[in-house]
Write a protein of this length. Structure first.
Length: 157
């Protein structure tokens, strides 16, 4: 699911980068036209971004991790977009700044923080999520009661 989440976030970021910055290549276009076109592009972006976040969250990726993934992808997509589409140079100080921001992901995905976690969630968070959404972990659905065990049946007789 990580691959699918990252792929969908990458696609959404390509659309969003065009929505936010693509109009800069057409400065003579009326501002209202640029806004409407940007909103139409942003709609397509949301068609990838919302499922990406939903899939990632259902898989156990935290919201902070999803946001961090999105920001690193945004910087990468923007770097290519800036050079290839807008024909702007990617200066060394931009790269250093982007790398510093991206290196912050190390702390969000800190490997030393994951001891005892299953599927990307702390056991307490996982139990809460399971209680709120039965059936989310495979096909298992927990019933609100428990079937009597052999010792229970023997005690009643």
């Amino acid at each position: 699911m990580w691959f699918l989440t990252i792929t969908l976030l990458t696609i959404s970021n390509v659309f969003m980068t065009f929505a936010w910055y693509g109009h800069l290549k057409f400065k003579a276009t009326a501002l209202t036209t640029a806004i409407v076109v940007s909103w139409l592009i942003a709609f397509v972006e949301y068609c990838f971004q919302v499922p990406a976040n939903r899939i990632g969250s259902n898989y156990g990726i935290t919201t902070a991790q999803l946001k961090t993934i999105q920001e690193v992808i945004t910087l990468t997509v923007f770097s290519f977009f800036s050079v290839m589409y807008l024909k702007e140079p990617l200066k060394w100080n931009y790269l250093v700044g982007f790398l510093m921001i991206a290196s912050g992901a190390l702390f969000v995905f800190a490997p030393w923080q994951h001891a005892g976690r299953v599927a990307g969630r702390h056991p307490a968070q996982r139990a809460t999520a399971e209680a709120k959404s039965p059936g989310r972990n495979g096909d298992r659905v927990e019933l609100p009661f428990t079937a009597p065990t052999a010792p229970d049946v023997a005690r009643k007789q």
